[in-house]
Design a protein around this ligand. Sequence first.
Ligand code: PLP
Length: 395
Amino acid sequence: MIPSVLPTYNRAPLTFVKGEGAWLTEADGRRFLDLGAGIAVNALGHAHPALVAALTEQAHALWHVSNLYNIPQQQALADKLVEHTFADTVFFTNSGTESCELAVKMARKYFYDKGQPERVEIITFDGSFHGRSSAGIAAAGSEKMTKGFGPLLPGFVHLTFGDLDGVTNAITERTAAVMIEPVQGEGGIRPVPDAELKALRQICDKNGLLLILDEVQCGVGRTGKLFAHEWAGITPDIMMVAKGIGGGFPLGAVLATEDAASGMTAGTHGSTYGGNPLGCAVGCAVIDQVATPAFLEGVNRKAGLLLQKLEGLVADHPDVFEEVRGSGLMLGLKCKTSNIDMVNAGYENEVITVPAADNVIRLLPPLTLSEDDIAQALIRLDKAATQVNSQLTSA
Ligand SMILES: *Cc1c(COP(=O)(O)O)cnc(C)c1O
């Protein structure tokens, strides 16, 4: 008999009932160090006082009004994002894949309005992840996500990750945009080198294409800049955001330049919940915390410390790990054995990590994690790796 919850997830037998900072309490009382943060969502950890205050204050005042009316919290969050980024304008969604939907629509409408309606194709890369909507799965294009779901949304050209020559060769009079994650998340924590992002920007400029960055996972301070593309010194035309921006409240956004957004006039797009008062009140509190030099400096300092310790872990367990890679507090340990075994061994040692493609376990801790938390992370990951290693030698 089918479970009452549609069984689309492989769930670990863990039930968390409370969270505080980087720690989660299981129903049985065990305390787990959370290096997954709900897949880069709980950017400020669990129950951050500023977020709890923002949410409860707004909850007492007004939960929801339609976008038929002015929403001051939405205006405030848009103003903050415009102030701190390349963007001139922002549309709010509830999730990453909805941000993908609008990014695709915006790029197509841009060229339609410029008198080039044939420009509908978007170049994407293997290993990418843009969410589970029809546009999202068509954009990523992997068989795993698309098989059985019928005709896909046309208009995506899939290239090998890192194939810059391929991009130039793939551009035709039908090409509208290039869409890429500056650091692939689900694909196994694969950063796009700064030089490649710069080259992509140049290719887009030379050919009059839009550059769409998917910063749903790598954005909002995760890499030690407010947005990951800042490391490469480039700016996109359109950027997809979600996950960390709500700190746990479902919130997403599409940021764009005035030019890229020029086709999106009244009536061309909308969302019932997108940008509602509760979500935006929380989003404002997240940005107020994260978008300060001191906070981002803290992320970089902790990231340096964690990376150094993880390099030691890899050296100590050469049969378990191949390498550590990533950017800021978006790190991946590439495993030599099964990454799932390592994630499970983590559970047994009360540390949470997240599997990704390419046999990687992801470490996406709350950006607020302390140095004590980092020390605990290493103790627990070391125990888990020792356990995996002993399973190897006894097998
Ligand atoms: C998680 C993710 C998405 C999809 O976000 P949802 O909120 O699950 O729809 C899109 N792109 C990237 C890079 C992601 O990591």
